[in-house]
Design a protein around this ligand. Sequence first.
Ligand SMILES: Cc1cc2nc3c(=O)[nH]c(=O)nc-3n(C[C@H](O)[C@H](O)[C@H](O)COP(=O)(O)O)c2cc1C
Length: 341
Amino acid sequence: MARLFTPFSLKDLTLKNRIVMAPMCQYSVTAKDGVPNEWHYVHYTSRAIGGVGLIIMEMTDVEPDGRITDYDLGLWSDDHIPAFQRIIDSVHQYDAKIGIQIAHAGRKAEDAPEPVAPSAIRFEGDNYKTPRELTTDEVKRMVEKFAAAARRAVRAGVDTIEIHGAHGYLVHQFQSPLTNHRKDAYGADLTRFGVEVIEAMKAEMPSSMPLLFRLSAVEYVDGGYDIDHAIELCRAYHRAGVDMFHVSSGGEGPAGKRRPGNYPGYQVPFARAIKEQLGVPVIAVGMLDNAALAESVIANEDADLVAIARGLLNDPYFALHAAQQLRVKPLAPKQYEMAIR
Ligand SMILES: Cc1cc2nc3c(=O)[nH]c(=O)nc-3n(C[C@H](O)[C@H](O)[C@H](O)COP(=O)(O)O)c2cc1C
């Protein structure tokens, strides 16, 4: 039996297999109101029909100026809930589970007239402005915005929530010595913002619903943090209530001497290190869209789940095809059985 197609349970979340659709911004909210539209509905429903166990909807922001661009999804108002609910109901109908990634772009908010960040340090590149440093009161209000987005996600019917603490966005900015030079308590302890966000979001979620946290395990800018720092972050976040880590890397700025890998499984060692050090479930991601490789990551217990991003843009039926290749009883919906056997 291929391990990739064994079920996985964490609290009340039970997945039919170990394949996760990684969050991927679609930059497709043409109305610029943060509300998902037909594109998002079809895009996510297709991957549910395609057999993935869990879909994590793309970076969804807690306030309008927290978007990377004005074409991103948001959950800053109750008016957003019905359109998310429609997607979630559809995905459930096709027997997949679905979560959402809650985020704020911080200094990487390209369209915000005045981006905000832990410190007034600009992200390198033509698209970026120097951000304004958040006041301590504003940081506290930001925590409440993350909690309000979690409350709305739960009302929309999600099975799980992921905090975006990776790729140089706001939560990452707070936890990195490169971007957090604050003189208040949120600078004295680099985990404090993340911990408060976790606790506030957990308070809005049923206790049976797992909370995921995506983080960059290493930074690639010269002088950036290493896996040891990431492990300490994970320890604090796990204590605060994170149930599973989704292990990515980089995104905080232009790579220096160390560069991200460009080969299959390049981030798997980071996932394994966090799993081993903390004894927590982890999701591995990064060029894993190959059935044999994904199977080996699960079978070797490097990770509990594998997430696929670009591979699922290329092939919405990646999971059905992987089952075929691993000779698992076809998962294909009966309408497709004449083709995928
Ligand atoms: C079009 C696109 C959009 C992405 N948007 C997000 C996002 O919203 N949140 C996130 O954490 N990562 C995002 N990523 C990164 C992916 O989730 C993933 O970590 C990365 O692409 C590596 O996985 P892959 O090799 O399977 O593509 C995005 C990647 C792509 C290609």
